[in-house]
Design a protein around this ligand. Sequence first.
Ligand code: PMP
Length: 350
Amino acid sequence: MASTHHWNGVLDSALDAVGETPLIRLDRIAKAEGLKCNLLGKAEFFSVGGSVKDRIAKRMVEQAEKNGILIPGQSVVIEPTSGNTGIGLALACAIKGYKCIITLPAKMSLEKEVLLRSLGAEVVRTPHDSPDSLIGVAERLKEKIPGGVILDQYSNPNNPLAHYYTTYGEIAHALKTSNLRRKSISALIAGAGTGGTITGLARAVRDSEKDGASRATVVAVDPVGSILGGGDVGQYQVEGIGYDFFPAVLDPKPPLIDEWIKTNDDEAFAACKRIIRQEGLAVGGSSGSALAGALKFLKSEEGKAIAEDPTANVVVVFPDGVRNYMSKEWFLKQEEGSRDAELHDTIREL
Ligand code: PMP
């Protein structure tokens, strides 16, 4: 399960710069919240395509090539995605020479669409992010396009496996080589879209427990308006997490996932801006959801003991960066409170 560290020397291509992201202390937020545990963010925007989904794109393409499902010079990669898997796939296709078509729900950011097009992908916007829309259009395209292949992140076992091996391997390696008193995960918190991240990480955590690690709590975060963590279908702006159906790769129950926590847009965007402003990490909206969910968990009855344990390691997955969302209303609207009032007055008086 060990991750391979290949940052020494010269990389063969951008695909070798997928993952290998840092695990970073969030001390300012932890202190302000009165937490004694180590609050740690896995900052996935450091990956070459800018998100956690580079990992599954690379693994799905490489495995499909191995199994003869993708044939160079013939296959056309088609994928329904909220954008980040598409960016990872388009990047792999650019390097490997495949044509690529991405079906992308209307609500996803312009930044993602423009980046996809610049990587050479065709982008087809779909009205909703329900399966019959986003996935249905991809399937209709596949029927019409000779050589069309849908790698299907919603059912492809390489989605959770990418996290089982690389995301978990990196977290375990970071903790093992750290100066922290405990070298294992006490709680792991991540949002769920396809559920590949949380399911793959949870499987690796449970396997590490079989090998003697103490039990960790795994918490999945889900937006209000998604059914994954319970509740009714509704609209929300956060991108990349939540669905109105259960993807096959998601294993939502204990013993894998202990708890589901719901967050709304306001909490998510406030927490996102807080991570940027207080920790200097320019993360995206779903990272805000993950932090908001983590703080709710640490303040709950179930999380209190972990929050008060100075040796506990709480790992929160930050899936992408805010450069994906620069044109979104919620980000353009910067709170007055983030300014220094005295400096601002001086500047205004000039
Ligand atoms: N956040 C963002 C921004 C994403 O693009 C995704 C991928 N859909 C996720 C979170 C959730 O990851 P997963 O699909 O592995 O559950």
